[in-house]
Design a protein around this ligand. Structure first.
Ligand code: HEC
Length: 320
């Protein structure tokens, strides 16, 4: 069940499409269409439109009967999160109220539904936006990203939003973000608010933002960097392993020591030797091989040459 600490998943792909808002609007809008398309960064949208709704909708088609799961009220640098699971409030209903009316209506409904209802605490929040360029798109203005809404330093929202949405429902125009990214879930996730300008489009905050509630990270870049480093490490490890195995010491070890110290020097009858190079000098290693040590019998007493090579191998590779 969607609850307090669960992720709301929100990856945002902002498509700056002109006239997007007009799609669902069949009214005669000649006057508005002459106005410039207005875009607003996400953090500004939260300031200007403080009440947001989280819900599941039919793919791309929230209707007036869609039930709201959560309501978020953003104010200053604080957020209140209302869990609406106990009540059945639909988008059609909320389209009739002003923000203030709506908040008191929701609180009334919630307290009627449960004696133990308490107004949710206002908590500090941060928007942690990770931007990355969409490789598949030639449109340089198209930015994809992930928005984490971090509340009191705990990530509560990581919403995979793939496209902006704009729709008139009942009395009100809604805009926001839709996620149809999870093929497991047949309904879309919506994060929307009511607006007074239906032609508004939301974009992500830019990396150079100075807003204190927004951190913008070049997430994808870092992710790529990490993958590269991961590959390098793997390549390095493989190279190192090859060196270890190609050194003649490896065969000498296998013939004389493996039976007691294990295939990978992990130890069996005798102890782990993977750090023998740190614990003993090359001289000492040669000495132990030839003369044994405590419970270890002498092994290579009359093979000076191989004992040298083996000691070199152990002391070069079997260390941190
Ligand atoms: C018959 C089993 C056996 C064989 C074969 C054997 N060892 Fe050991 N090795 C031991 C045992 C048992 C010890 C633990 C000695 C003790 O401390 O009582 C030991 C200890 C050691 C130690 C000291 C490890 C430590 O951390 O204290 C080194 C180094 C070592 N062996 C290297 C070798 C090398 C190199 C070879 C191959 C030339 C080899 N051993 C072959 C049984 C064996």
């Amino acid at each position: 069940m969607y609850g307090k600490k669960k992720w709301i998943v929100m990856v945002v792909s902002m498509v700056f499409m002109l006239g997007l808002a007009a799609c669902s609007d069949t009214d005669d809008k000649d006057v508005e269409e002459e106005e410039e398309e207005k875009t607003m960064v996400f953090s500004d949208a939260l300031e200007q439109y403080p009440v947001w709704f989280y819900l599941h909708g039919e793919p791309n088609e929230p209707t007036k009967d869609s039930t709201i799961r959560e309501m978020f009220v953003f104010e200053g640098e604080q957020i209140q999160q209302f869990d609406l699971e106990p009540v059945d409030i639909t988008l059609g209903e909320v389209s009739e109220y002003s923000d203030e009316e709506l908040i008191s209506y929701v609180e009334e409904e919630l307290s009627a539904a449960s004696d133990s209802y308490e107004e949710p605490e206002a908590k500090n929040y941060t928007l942690d936006i990770h931007l990355f360029d969409d490789d598949e798109s030639d449109n340089s203005e198209e930015k994809t990203g992930v928005i984490d809404v971090v509340i009191d330093e705990e990530e509560i929202a990581f919403v995979a939003w793939e496209q902006p949405i704009s729709q008139t429902i009942g009395e009100a125009d809604f805009i926001g973000l839709v996620n149809d990214g999870d093929p497991e879930v047949d309904a879309d996730e919506l994060f929307i608010t009511r607006v007074d300008e239906p032609s508004l489009t939301i974009t992500l905050d830019q990396p150079d933002t100075t807003k204190s509630v927004v951190t913008v990270q070049e997430w994808m870049e870092r992710q790529k960097q990490k993958d590269l480093e991961g590959q390098d490490l793997e390549a390095l490890a493989e190279e190192e392993l090859e060196k270890i195995n190609n050194h003649p010491g490896a065969d000498i070890y296998a013939q004389n020591c493996l039976s007691c110290h294990g295939e990978n020097l992990e130890g069996s009858i005798g102890p782990d030797l993977t750090l023998a190079g740190d614990r003993f000098s090359e001289e000492e290693l040669k000495d132990i091989s030839q003369n044994g040590k405590d419970n270890m019998p002498p092994i290579m007493s009359d093979n000076e040459e191989d004992a040298d090579v083996l000691a070199e191998w152990l002391s070069e590779f079997m260390k941190e």
